[in-house]
Design a protein around this ligand. Structure first.
Ligand SMILES: Nc1ncnc2c1ncn2[C@@H]1O[C@H](COP(=O)(O)OP(=O)(O)O)[C@@H](O)[C@H]1O
Ligand SMILES: [Mg+2]
Length: 272
């Protein structure tokens, strides 16, 4: 297996590079009286690309934040190789990386500084190796020429690539992506899809991708979970999902535009 890890430095806490399995069991989440996730159970297999799809507001990002250990369940459990992801120790051990929808880059820092910040602050490895890792990540994503730029100087597609590069610097065993192709044109979206698939092949990372981009999901997923109103409707391979006749799933995958019976209420006639 190819690895981003340099031979010269190997922090003991991250020695274990066995494949990573994610288990979600009976997960429920409420904010006050509002139930957002209901009894979700799923397994992400080691090294697979697992895509979570569903309409806006169905709970995809909330589910991803639970897998990242950034939120605590109201019911049920999440485990990464049997360990609780909300413990900093677990996140460190598997170098779990989250690529935020917005990119979440620091605007006043250059691309280089954005990538080096976390490893420097957490002393992941000696300084010269951090530089090596940053430059390697930028090379992998073909954005070395952006190294001295500020986020404001980058296009949307470049920002997404920088956000992925920042995850790679961590040498992650798990990468979680929230809407990696949102707001991108189709060509840049296809490039990001290729990058996600390539990272899986080269580095055997376990990838969870939240998206409502059907093209992305069907192109890269090993399996697709469909969420609807906080409930898991199904987990299937792309081929199986294409044949799924559940009306809610069909409506989501191939919404019909019906001008005779529109989904929104009839507009008030304007009598000016
Ligand atoms: N921190 C929060 N506090 C209260 N409600 C939230 C919070 N985060 C998400 N929600 C609600 O949970 C629901 C699911 O949100 P989200 O997971 O972001 O949906 P999406 O599938 O579009 O990613 C939405 O109704 C949202 O308003
Ligand atoms: Mg979301």
């Amino acid at each position: 297996m190819a690895s981003l890890r340099s031979k010269s430095f190997s922090p003991p806490v991250r020695d274990d590079r066995s494949p990573v399995r994610i288990s979600v069991s009976g997960l429920g989440k409420s904010y006050g009286a509002q139930g957002v996730l209901h009894d979700i159970s799923l397994e992400v297999k080691p090294g697979e690309i697992f895509v979570i799809m569903g309409p806006s507001g169905s709970g995809k990002s909330v589910l991803l934040r639970h897998i990242a250990g950034l939120e605590l369940p109201s019911a049920g459990t999440v485990a990464i190789n049997g360990q609780d992801p909300s413990l900093p120790d677990t996140r460190d051990r598997f170098a779990l990386a989250l690529v935020f929808q917005s990119g979440a880059l620091f605007n006043s820092l250059s691309v280089y500084e954005n990538l080096a910040l976390y490893p420097l602050e957490h002393r992941l490895c000696p300084k010269p190796e951090i530089r090596e890792r940053v430059m390697r990540a930028l090379r992998i994503l073909s954005i070395e020429n952006a190294v001295h730029k500020l986020p404001a100087e980058l296009s949307g597609g470049m920002k997404k690539r920088v956000a992925i590069a920042r995850a790679l610097v961590m040498e992650p065993q798990v990468i979680l992506y929230d809407e990696p192709t949102s707001e991108l044109d189709p060509v840049m979206a296809a490039t990001i899809a290729e990058i996600i698939a390539t990272l899986k092949e080269q580095f055997s990372v376990t990838s969870v991708v939240v998206s409502h981009d059907r093209d992305l999901a069907f192109a890269i997923a090993d399996r697709i979970a469909v969420l609807h109103q906080g409930r898991l409707l199904t987990v299937q391979t792309p081929a199986e999902l294409r044949e799924n006749r559940d009306p809610i799933i069909r409506e989501f995958l191939q919404p019909s535009i019906n001008l005779q019976e529109p989904r929104f209420k009839k507009l008030e006639a304007n009598h000016d």
